[in-house]
Design a protein around this ligand. Sequence first.
Ligand SMILES: [Zn+2]
Length: 252
Amino acid sequence: MTHERHLVVFSGAGLSADSGIATFRGVDGLWENHSIDEICNFETWERNRESVHRFYNARRVALATVEPNPMHRLLANWQTRFRTTLITQNIDDLLERAGATDVLHVHGFLTEMRCLACGSVWDIGTSAWDPSRDSCPTCGSRSKVKPNVVFFNEPAPAYQPMSEAFASLGRDDVLVVIGTDGAVVPIGSVAQQLRCHKVLNNLEPVPPEAFVPGMVSPRQFDRALFKPAAKAVSELDEIVTEWMAAWSGSGL
Ligand SMILES: [Zn+2]
């Protein structure tokens, strides 16, 4: 009788912060100097096509200047050792560049473009998109091509497989949450309800005055490591390896 333990890792901006990718929110957040409505609102983006592409072009081109950090590499390494599902809110490709495969990017993927006219999705690497010249390789549309990033008011189809992955976690399985406060995807509530082994790694706890339901709190987890992701690597690997290995000892 064997049940292969399942490891689910849910990550956010804090995972890539140590690689030098600016977070979108917060004091130095990229959105500080932009109106969210201008840059990533599905209902208005076509009116602001030029600034939308200018904003995401800058992010995409900047990807070429950053590297995966040790935590990206640990997550990729877990995939080779355990039955692992990697879910991220990050739109960068640092997990892939660290060697990870089949990453579920619930908020989209920065190196891809998507055509709303025909549904095509294609990868343009770290190059800039010129909305006055470039067009969809399948149908030729110009005005309907947007970054394959989930905007506000836009459906997020990957939320469904994400919810299924969380719901599948049983008592012997493992949930790792890295670099997210749960403000967008309420991972705190998810963790609260799960009976599996759970570990949190964030830079710092959510301050009590900022806490809203859905956010993460050490109370929802068995272990909480408050330090930069890249500095939590060996401790986190030890915890997860112990939890994931525990089952195989019996019967040998
Ligand atoms: Zn098209």
